[in-house]
Design a protein around this ligand. Structure first.
Ligand code: PGA
Length: 263
C-alpha cells in the first residue's frame, strides 16, 4: 500500500451544460458571498482548494468575477481540443483556455467518452496538451455497472490510467489530478459506498506507483465523483485515499456546494 500525506484537498464543481452567461454570473456571485467572510477572507480551510468548471460561454464572465472579487476558487474548464489551432469548427483549444486564466481542465469525463466518442488515445492527447499549456488535467476514470458486476472494474480503470500515465514524465504526472467516477453513480443519486470508493482510490494510487513511481503515487490528488452531495461529502473525504471530490449536480446550488467545500 502507498502512504499518502493528504496535505491538500481539491473540490471541483462541474457545471456541465448548465448556466447561461447570466445565470453563471449570479451563481459565482452567490459563491463569492458564501466563500468569503465579511472582511473578505476565505472561509475555506487552508488545505482546501476549489475549482469551478463553467461552460465555455461563461468562462470569461466567471474569470472576471473571480479576479475582481478575489473569490478563493480556481477557474476550470470541462474539456478542450488537443491541438492549439486549426480548422476544427466548434472546438476550443487548451492554449485558448490557458490564456483565459484556466488552471484545471477535465479530460475524459465519461459523458465525453460516451456521447462524443472520446477514446483513451484522444484523452491522452488532451492530457498532454493541457500539461503543455501549464494547466492541471483532471483525468476521469471509472467503470460501468456491467463492468463492476463482471468483476472488471479494476481492469478498466487500470487500462485508462495506463494509456495516459505511460506517456508522461514524472514532472508531468505530478500535475495530474485523477477523478474516480463510477459511471453508474453519475447523476443517478446512487453514490458508491465510501468503502467501495476508497478501495478503488487506493487501487489507483497503487497503479500510479507502478506507472510513475512512489512520489507521484504519494502526492497524487485523487478525487471521487458521482452523486456527491452535502450529506455524503465528509464521509467520502474522511477516507484515506480520497483527497478531493468532483461534484456535478450539487455544484449548481451555491449553498450545497460551499457546504461540500467545507466538509
Ligand atoms: P453528479 O456528476 O455529481 O451530478 O453525479 C458528477 C460528474 O459527472 O462529475
Amino acid at each position: 500500500m502507498v502512504e499518502t500525506s493528504k496535505t491538500s484537498v481539491l473540490i471541483s464543481g462541474n457545471w456541465k451544460m448548465n448556466q447561461n452567461h447570466f445565470e453563471a454570473l449570479k451563481l459565482i456571485q452567490e459563491l463569492s458571498a458564501l466563500l468569503r467572510s465579511l472582511n473578505g477572507d476565505s472561509v475555506l480551510s487552508p488545505m482546501t482548494k476549489v475549482s469551478i468548471h463553467p461552460p465555455f460561454t461563461s468562462l470569461r464572465t466567471v474569470q472576471t468575477a473571480v479576479e475582481s472579487d478575489h473569490i478563493p476558487v480556481f477557474l476550470g474548464a470541462q474539456t478542450c481540443h488537443h491541438l492549439d489551432k486549426g480548422a476544427y469548427t466548434g472546438e476550443v483549444s487548451a492554449e485558448m483556455l490557458s490564456k483565459l486564466g484556466v488552471q484545471y481542465v477535465i479530460a475524459g469525463h465519461s459523458e465525453r467518452r460516451q456521447y462524443f466518442f472520446e477514446t483513451d488515445e484522444i484523452v491522452q492527447k488532451k492530457v498532454k496538451a493541457i500539461l503543455h499549456h501549464g494547466m492541471h488535467p483532471i483525468l476521469c476514470v471509472g467503470e460501468t455497472m456491467e463492468e463492476r458486476q463482471l468483476g472488471k472494474a479494476n481492469e478498466k480503470v487500470q487500462n485508462q490510467l495506463r494509456e495516459v500515465f505511460s506517456q508522461l514524465s514524472i514532472e508531468e504526472a505530478l500535475k495530474v489530478v485523477v477523478a474516480y467516477e463510477p459511471i453508474w453513480a453519475i447523476g443517478t443519486g446512487e453514490t458508491a459506498t465510501s468503502s467501495d470508493a476508497e478501495q478503488m482510490c487506493s487501487f489507483i494510487r497503487t497503479e500510479l506507483a507502478s506507472l510513475s513511481g512512489n512520489q507521484v503515487a504519494e502526492e497524487a490528488l485523487i478525487q471521487y465523483g458521482g452523486s456527491v452531495n452535502e450529506q455524503n461529502a465528509a464521509e467520502l473525504l474522511a477516507q484515506e485515499n480520497i483527497n478531493g471530490l468532483l461534484v456535478g449536480g450539487a455544484s449548481l446550488d451555491a449553498r450545497k456546494f460551499v457546504e461540500i467545500c467545507r466538509a
